[in-house]
Write a protein that binds this ligand. Sequence first.
Ligand code: ZN
Length: 357
Amino acid sequence: MPDNRSSRNTSQNRTSRTDSPKRSTDAQKAAAARRARAKKKKQLIRRRRILAVLSVLFVFALILCGAYAVKKSKSKQIEYKPSDMVSSSSEMSSQQTEKDTSPSVSESDKETPSKEAESVKPTVTATAKPLTGSFYDGITYRSPKAQPADIFKHGRNLMLLNNDYELPEDFKWDLVYWSNGQSVDAMSLNSSKYDSVKAVDRAAYTPLKNLFKAASDAGVPLQLVSAYRSPDLQDRLFTRSVNSYISQGYSKQEAIKKANYARTFSGTSEHNTGLGFDILQQGNFTLSESFENTAQFKWLSEHAEEYGFILRYRKDKTTQTGIMYEPWHFRYVGVEHAKKINELDMCLEEYIAYLES
Ligand SMILES: [Zn+2]
């Protein structure tokens, strides 16, 4: 019996011995399967994560592209909106800047708003581009006598531009933004980045600010209607004058002559330098001779020289300047020269000749 039991036990033991490796193999297989499943699951999760990250990146890129596109289209609207045309009562009262020939501005300059009222804005320094190209008919009107001259002979503040002297093509502007919140080039035909820049020559910036402050303190608040204009803008304005006279029945030659009395050729305007300014009483955008009857004009006649400005195109000097009487156009020459010019009762042309005599 014990033998039998023993033999049964032995047989059971044998059976369990032979079963054990089999079960262990199954367990191993199951574990391997589990591991494989877990691995697969992990891979799946990893793939999903990567996909999610890629999706987020893609959406982010889409948003960026969208934002860029909106910004670009907005800036285009700003560049070309015709709403800057505030007044058309006088064709002389409009300024505009040709985008293609304006001096280039760095990205940071472009973004500069005119909010920081008291600070001098970044310099815009650029080389004058060739004075070619016209907005309307492909013709750039040039003065028959105009020639590049040594316009710095008597210092930058005394540079003389008129029908005899034009801005050299390698002229370097040194402009700063006029930022008292007034719209200098608000009356543009085709607005471009320079319409909102409102640039004036660096040397004239502080004197002009002081002039405006003193006028305001004296109860005769002024408005800067026009400051810097690109030579190409000057050409467009000149061309518009010519076309206007032609449409009134004048021959082209007559039209050019008439236009030239009210307006200088491209590259011969003081506005091209940033040293010439059209100034009116606040709220007025019309450049008219009637400005001479205002308290502002009276005050300017007495005090502009104290800040370095002269009335550039006087009523009694049209023969010498070649330009009609413009009670609104003031030119920065510096205090010393301004006082001397008025004391000598001269226009700038006469004063330059006087210095050279
Ligand atoms: Zn002017």
